[in-house]
Design a protein around this ligand. Structure first.
Ligand code: CA
Length: 435
């Protein structure tokens, strides 16, 4: 399977760690509204840093599954699903306990952006992406003309989600969705997804038996949530069905349609690797902060090959996932489409740069120096120490969320250290010593 959409937790927003979690229906955009040339503070709330896998204490599955399903069938009828679809999709459906265990599993592991990117943006995916673009050139040209989304962007995501259809998951999606809708942790979200899955069947796009996918209920070669499938999938080959499992035309056009719907601006770049100088007002390197390219050029940011970046007014953010010594990017406004596709900054940045690679860019530069990575227990200790100093870091969980990152930036500024919002052993030591 590919990646669960919207699975972000605070940890992944800053790219220190990757959390393999199911999607969050209510995940909000990780960054405040971006305004050209203005510096805006990151979100003050610690909410972003306090997402928790554990269900609320009041969460208990009271009704048995059979009784729950009967109620759900009545709701589906009210939602306008035909009796025939309800019968074919839901008759004999049983609970899958293993899905609930997976959903609640603390599958947290620390992985730096460079490790994540190195594994996922493989040469194989670059090569396969390029051959898909060649093989289906007419289709990609037509789709770019109609939707404004380049083929490299689509193939990068398609590669990461399912390797062009070779890994879409093997579980019956209706059973997974019903199990997660029955479970109390995120019932509302998965009820809506299950209803959307029934609508897809009702419209004749897929049959229940077609719906084989990931344990978190995503469908097809680009791993669409059923609600996204129902809202954005297109029948682009004109056979009367929106088939994101088998039709290349439907897959490519539907991806472009969804990407455009979440804000893609035709003709604009999304991410560019850059080189940063030794010194810079590092606190400005923040996806919530934009400056004209001319300002970054003045501060010494250059293209990766050392050539100057254009000194124009195009608003961009300096995007550092591993601090000032790690890989550096300028993020254009189209980059927000990637963080909407998947809230994990490791994922979003990997997918965005994979598109560049498929389009001919060289392998990622690891940055200026080997970056020492403070692991989750170090981050947790840092959070506790920052909280003691009065910073709001949410629940100390070892995950480097927006609130934690903001608190780190403030502590770095206070200590007169480069304020790149990335944890270092030096900062940890200073916090331990309280000076
Ligand atoms: Ca079709």
């Amino acid at each position: 399977m590919g990646f669960s959409k919207k699975m972000a937790t605070a940890a992944t927003l800053v790219g220190l760690a990757t959390v393999v979690l199911p999607k969050e229906a209510d995940a909000q955009g990780p960054f405040p509204v971006q305004v050209q040339g203005q510096v805006q503070a990151g979100p003050a709330s610690s909410q972003a840093g306090a997402q928790n896998l554990a269900p609320p204490p009041s969460c208990r599955n009271t009704a048995d599954f059979g009784r729950w399903l009967a109620t759900f069938r009545a709701d589906a009828t009210k939602a306008g699903i035909t009796p025939r679809t309800i019968a074919t999709a839901l008759d004999g459906l049983t609970l899958d306990d293993s899905i609930i265990r997976r959903d609640r599993g603390q599958a947290f592991f620390s992985q730096s952006f460079l490790e994540f990117q190195g594994k996922l943006a493989s040469q194989n995916r670059v090569t396969n992406g390029r051959s898909m673009l060649t093989k289906h050139k007419a289709l990609f040209d037509r789709v770019e003309k109609e939707f404004g989304v380049p083929g490299t962007v689509i193939t990068g995501l398609w590669a990461l989600e399912s390797d062009f259809g070779s890994g879409m998951g093997k579980l019956p999606v209706l059973r997974s969705l019903a199990t997660l809708a029955y479970d109390c942790r995120r019932s509302d979200m998965f009820r809506a997804e299950l209803i959307a899955a029934l609508k897809i069947i009702d419209k004749g796009d897929l049959k229940p038996a077609d719906m084989i996918g990931s344990w978190a209920g995503e469908l097809g070669q680009t791993q669409f949530l059923p609600t996204h499938y129902d809202n954005y999938a297109l029948d682009y080959d004109g056979d009367g069905k929106r088939d994101l499992f088998r039709s290349i035309s439907d897959i490519v056009a539907s991806s472009a349609n969804y990407i455009r719907s979440i804000g893609w601006k035709a003709g604009e770049p999304w991410l560019e690797e850059v080189r940063v100088p030794e010194k810079l007002p590092w606190e400005q390197a923040n996806l919530a902060v934009q400056h004209p390219r001319s300002q970054w050029a003045k501060w010494g940011v250059t293209r990766i090959n050392g050539e100057p970046i254009p000194a124009d007014n195009v608003p961009v953010s300096l995007h550092l996932l591993m601090g000032r010594n790690g890989p550096a990017f300028i993020a254009y406004r189209n980059f927000s489409v990637y963080t909407e596709w998947n809230k994990s900054l490791n994922y979003a940045t990997t997918a965005a740069y994979l598109a560049n690679r498929i389009g001919g860019a060289p392998q990622l530069n690891p940055g200026r120096a080997p970056v020492q990575v403070v692991d989750a227990s170090g981050v947790k200790e840092m959070q506790i120490l920052l909280a003691r100093r009065g910073s709001d870091v949410g629940v100390p969980d070892g995950r480097l969320g927006v609130a934690t990152r903001t608190a780190i930036r403030l502590a770095q500024q206070k200590f007169g250290m480069p304020a790149d919002a990335y944890p270092s052993f030096e900062l940890l030591e200073r916090l331990r010593q309280g000076r």
